[in-house]
Design a protein around this ligand. Sequence first.
Ligand code: NAG
Ligand code: NAG
Ligand code: NAG
Ligand code: NAG
Ligand code: NAG
Ligand code: NAG
Ligand code: NAG
Ligand code: NAG
Ligand code: NAG
Length: 342
Amino acid sequence: MGLPIFNILILFLLLKFSHNVTSDSSEEAYALLKWKTSLQNQNLNSSLLSSWTLYPANATKISPCSWFGISCNHAGSRVISITMSTLGLNGTFHDFSFSSFPHLANLNLSFNLFFGNIPLQIGNLSKLQYLDLGSNQLSGLIPPEIGKLNQLRRLYLDMNQLHGTIPPEIGQLSLIDKLALCHNNLHGSIPSSLGNLSNLAVLYLYKNSLSGSIPSIIGKLKSLLQLDLSENQFSGSIPLSLGNLSSLTMMSLFNNSLSGSIPPILGNLKSLSALGLHINQLNGFIPPSIGNLSSLRVLYLYNNGLYGFVPEEIGYLKSLSELELCTNLLRGVIPHSIGKSH
Ligand SMILES: *[C@@H]1O[C@H](CO)[C@@H](O)[C@H](O)[C@H]1NC(C)=O
Ligand SMILES: *[C@@H]1O[C@H](CO)[C@@H](O)[C@H](O)[C@H]1NC(C)=O
Ligand SMILES: *[C@@H]1O[C@H](CO)[C@@H](O)[C@H](O)[C@H]1NC(C)=O
Ligand SMILES: *[C@@H]1O[C@H](CO)[C@@H](O)[C@H](O)[C@H]1NC(C)=O
Ligand SMILES: *[C@@H]1O[C@H](CO)[C@@H](O)[C@H](O)[C@H]1NC(C)=O
Ligand SMILES: *[C@@H]1O[C@H](CO)[C@@H](O)[C@H](O)[C@H]1NC(C)=O
Ligand SMILES: *[C@@H]1O[C@H](CO)[C@@H](O)[C@H](O)[C@H]1NC(C)=O
Ligand SMILES: CC(=O)N[C@H]1CO[C@H](CO)[C@@H](O)[C@@H]1O
Ligand SMILES: CC(=O)N[C@H]1CO[C@H](CO)[C@@H](O)[C@@H]1O
């Protein structure tokens, strides 16, 4: 006689459990559909977004988990990834309900036609690890709320029309390893808080209107492999602290207004394979320690005010395949040994 009650209890628990599961991912489904209707040009790749519908033929519950570009956790209860690159999608984030996706780890909408601002509600995606809004037509400021995304590992906002300054709050993203804000209209200086990003391997800030001197705190980023600050308006001298970036494989500082001489300590960067200091106002001698950069393949120093003799140590660079020194005040002959490196 106790058995039916037991069954009813099980049934009740099952219903309650499945009700919870359904309501989580169905909220996400409704949020995605609301956003979908706001997207212009949605017919461009219509066959792909046509899976975004409440009642697909074989559906047993309302869930976005089988929709194009959407991935869920194992339980199928929560959206963890939205990946819709290169779909020609034109729209804004105005109708994107950021607070509906508390488990989202990956949001990749790169190479589309999204425009308008990045809403400050983006800070509500508290589980986000990968955020790629690169190669769109976004404008406005980078919201400081991005600093709340403390699980973030990659932040790509490159190739947009973002303006304003780099929010110091980005320095709170302690897990980040790739930061690309390049090819926007950002101005102001590099916030010193970026020196806190101890896991940073890639820092791309090129093609903006950033100014001021390169903060010496960049030399604290011991994990850095690639540093590209080219095509900005940085001035002042190259900080000596950059000589501490012993893992660096690429340093590109070209087309700025850097002055002073090339610090001999850059000869410490044993992993460096590309060094671009061209199109600046650097003067002084080329330091012979450059000959210590045994991994160097590309060395561009052209279009500066460098003078003196080209050091014969450059001839020691066995891997060097591209060397551009023209438009300087250099004297003497290119060391004979250089021919051997070609
Ligand atoms: C529904 O069917 C399609 C193919 O017809 C399949 O790819 C998809 O995984 C199915 N969805 C579910 C929830 O079974
Ligand atoms: C995107 O949509 C907006 C608003 O409808 C429109 O003004 C703009 O021209 C569209 N962009 C492209 C590249 O089609
Ligand atoms: C986003 O997707 C594009 C295209 O698939 C890919 O190249 C890029 O690495 C992705 N971004 C991130 C942060 O994973
Ligand atoms: C981050 O950097 C700022 C500025 O350099 C500094 O004041 C702050 O104490 C740092 N925070 C952490 C957590 O290291
Ligand atoms: C240098 O940067 C300026 C913008 O700051 C740009 O107009 C110019 O074309 C760049 N020059 C080269 C040679 O890349
Ligand atoms: C760079 O390293 C030297 C020791 O090699 C240290 O004295 C100096 O403070 C470091 N500079 C920075 C900015 O970390
Ligand atoms: C670096 O280069 C300088 C000048 O060529 C040389 O005197 C010095 O010994 C080199 N240092 C190392 C660590 O190789
Ligand atoms: C996956 C796919 O088919 N993407 C296409 C969507 O539309 C844009 C613009 O027409 C194309 O460039 C993509 O290749
Ligand atoms: C639900 C939730 O966390 N909402 C927050 C989203 O972000 C805005 C702006 O930071 C906050 O004001 C909300 O409280």
